[in-house]
Design a protein around this ligand. Sequence first.
Ligand code: SF4
Length: 148
Amino acid sequence: MGIKYVVSACLVGLECSYKGKCKVSERVVGLVKAGKAIPICPEQLGGLPTPRTSVEIVDGFGEDVLDGKARVVARDYFEATSQFIKGAQEALKIAKLAGVKKAILKSKSPSCGYGMIYSGNFDGELKKGNGVTAALFVREGIEVETEN
Ligand code: SF4
């Protein structure tokens, strides 16, 4: 028993996506109801408002953002790189406080995406790679999976 996972808050009904919406996964909701998971939203933890501008990682992946080699930007050149890094660090703090070693994160997101994320061209296409929070979690030994 006890808390085993941190999970993306938008998967359990919190309306924290950039559009102010959520995408509920009943499996993940069940884990929170059973006291096994804590919801987190790295983009909100990083200080971004909701709703907010849609952003993508350009010229790299979450790991590159953490290493200062890629940026998180919007189509209109608004930049959210520092908020994304801060949000990942705060999310990691929660995971460490709770002693969890596993995360279930929302697919495709520039923060939470694991395995595949949006391309950085704002064309709806995907590229192989991780979002910023997923990358930090993997680096810190937290096992990440998506809701799928
Ligand atoms: S995908 Fe992650 S950062 Fe985006 S709204 Fe969901 S929890 Fe927040």
